[in-house]
Design a protein around this ligand. Structure first.
Ligand code: GLN
Length: 594
């Protein structure tokens, strides 16, 4: 039996956990007496990804009070409820480099410097939405719970322990009340703040809460949108500059991640768009940060390559492939004249197949490369089918590109099946094939090379036949007209020459008819059936009013009887046409692969 699969990420966490248990420096906080009861040996490490996967090592389900780690979450709630401008009036966003409980406020305004130190957090608690104290209490606890993805409870003992001893915070609150920054009664503000600090969480909760911020406010477990993208981003920003107090600068250099610590030993760190880290161990360093949690996060950041300021791995070139309309074509089957016109003039069609995420850097490269190469170009197809995320800036830049190209008389066609890109100056197509066909049609029309009507004498299939043979064959053909959407009854028609209009070949997938290729005037349908008699595997439908000349199965039988030489010649023409077609397809496949 195979051993159960252990993720290498879990192994890494276990290894880190094992090594960190040897570190015994630091002291458990005792200024809130109840916190002194924590087991100094506890150590929990957890990583939550944005799709809700959790990796854990050690004591990740030991409950402890969240303390200052609550600050960025309550700040995000206040931003959500009040908006940045209103919140900024009461609490700044300037790093102080002060200790968490420093008694220092902005000189003139009396405003606290930032929401990550106690003074700022006390004011922030009063800014969350709610008509009265009770509603605000409810909002904070349910908001923290929404971040965690489960109902959190408050540790009554820690709460009363802090209320009874929190004179320093009381002093700060009075100072701010005196300065007019704190407008509600001091004890109300403290009650909210002490209660938020006494919310019970586990290390696992911390990872999930942080992943919620990293994911733009969406909880990865519940899918709930807890706060807006802006509120989450602003909270992370303040964490980056102020999250670890007077260690914030060195922390950012070493770990390179927005983070927040608390006196119970919790620490969170986030990598936007990727993950949330939670760590917990009660022994603190002189600045009030958990010794082992800081070491764990710093090492994880290094090992996982999470530092925000390092260049991220490049996803490779943004151009997956570049094609030209003279060597690559849509799947539309065209008459010889149209094909040779495309081979001559098709260079005016350029197809860019893009891949990877389109953000500023990649979209800039696309815009620059395409706009530097517009000589003799008239149609630009941008195929986004392989592109990943399309950032708003990429849409703006593509819009700008399409508008500029339009000024130069160049049409932009964007292939975007999922319709992510609304670019006004461009034509949007479902598939690359459709986009190329559209450009080819436009090119042929402009060049006067389109063949809307091809008489029987000029049909591709009959080009090699002597004129008298064509005339003889014509006597066996019947003229048929089809309306748009009308199906060809293929059992009756063994061979069908398109004189004008166009037919599409469809495959039926489930309930849906999917257009596979289309055929224009001068080409013929049913050629294979004449050789191997295997019948038709597709559905042929007129895409526009279409006139054909048809060799019915009865006429074919008659032809075989009356004029075996003519029937043979026709078969040879078909075999030649098929061989030529195969050779062309091979050449195009070759061009695609190499
Ligand atoms: N409740 C604690 C206090 O105000 C929170 C401080 C902290 O975690 N750094 O002192």
């Amino acid at each position: 039996m195979n051993a159960p699969f252990v993720s290498p990420i879990k192994e890494l966490l276990d290894d880190l956990h094992a090594r960190l248990t040897d570190r015994r420096d630091g002291e458990v906080a005792t200024y809130i007496p109840e916190l002194g009861k924590a087991d100094p040996e506890w150590l929990g490490l957890a990583v939550a990804t944005l799709d809700g996967t959790l990796y854990e090592a050690g004591d990740t389900d030991v409950p402890f009070t969240i303390q200052s780690v609550s600050k960025p979450f309550v700040y995000a709630l206040a931003l959500q409820d009040r908006g940045l401008e209103d919140v900024l009036k009461c609490v700044g966003v300037e790093p102080t480099g002060d200790a968490f409980n420093a008694v220092r406020l902005e000189p003139v305004s009396g405003r606290p410097y930032n929401p990550m130190v106690n003074s700022g957090a006390i004011v922030t608690s009063t800014l969350v939405g709610g008509a009265n104290q009770e509603e605000r209490r409810g909002r904070i606890l349910s908001g923290l719970s929404a971040f965690a993805g489960r109902a959190l409870e408050v540790d009554g003992k820690v709460l009363s322990s802090e209320s009874a001893t929190g004179d320093r915070n009381r002093a700060l609150a009075y100072l701010m009340h005196g300065a007019g920054v704190l407008t509600c009664p001091v004890e109300d503000a403290l009650a909210l703040y002490f209660e938020q600090c006494a919310a019970l969480v586990t290390t696992r909760d911390l990872a999930v809460m942080t992943a919620t911020l990293a994911g733009g406010g969406v909880n990865p477990l519940t899918g709930e949108t807890v706060v807006s993208v802006e509120a989450a981003a602003n909270a992370l920003t303040v964490m980056a500059t102020c999250g670890t107090y007077d260690y914030a600068g060195e922390w950012l250099v070493r770990a390179g991640l927005p983070a927040k610590s608390g006196v119970s030993g919790g620490l969170i760190a986030a990598l936007p768009s990727q993950l949330g880290l939670g760590a917990f161990s009660p022994r603190l360093d002189a600045r009030g940060n958990s010794v082992r949690a800081v070491a764990a996060c710093e090492e994880l950041s290094t090992r996982f390559g999470l530092h925000l300021m390092r260049p991220s791995e490049r996803s490779g070139p943004v151009f997956h492939r570049t094609l030209r309309g003279d060597t690559a074509h849509s799947s539309r089957v065209r008459a010889h004249d149209e094909r040779s016109a495309l081979a001559r003039l098709g260079g005016a069609i350029r197809v860019y197949v893009l891949r990877g995420d389109l953000a500023f850097g990649t979209a800039e490269a696309v815009v620059r490369t395409i706009s530097e190469d517009t000589d003799s170009v008239r149609w630009v197809v941008l195929d986004l089918k392989r592109a990943g995320r399309v950032a708003p800036v990429a849409v703006t830049l593509l819009e700008g590109l399409a508008a500029k190209l339009k000024e130069r008389g160049i049409t932009t066609v964007i292939v975007d099946t999922e319709k992510r890109v609304a670019v006004r100056s461009a034509v949007i197509a479902e598939t690359r094939d459709e986009a190329m066909e559209l450009c080819e049609d436009a090119l042929l029309a402009e060049a006067g090379a389109a063949r809307p009507e091809v008489p029987i004498a000029e049909q591709d299939l009959l080009r090699g036949l002597d004129p008298f043979m064509v005339t003889a064959l014509d006597a066996y053909l019947e003229t048929r007209e089809y309306e748009t959407g009308e199906r060809l009854v293929q059992d009756v028609a063994a061979l069908c020459f398109i004189l004008s209009g166009g037919l599409a070949r469809q495959v039926i997938i489930g309930e849906r008819a999917v257009r596979e290729t289309s055929m224009g005037p001068g080409t013929a349908v049913g050629r294979l059936a004449l050789i191997d008699d295997a019948g038709h595997s597709h559905r042929i439908v007129a895409e526009e009013p279409t006139a054909c000349k048809v060799l019915t199965t009865q006429s074919l039988a008659r032809l075989e009887r009356d004029s075996p030489r003519l029937a043979d010649a026709l078969r040879w023409s078909i075999a030649n046409a098929i061989a030529e077609r195969l050779r062309r397809t091979d050449a195009e496949n070759h061009a695609l692969i190499h």
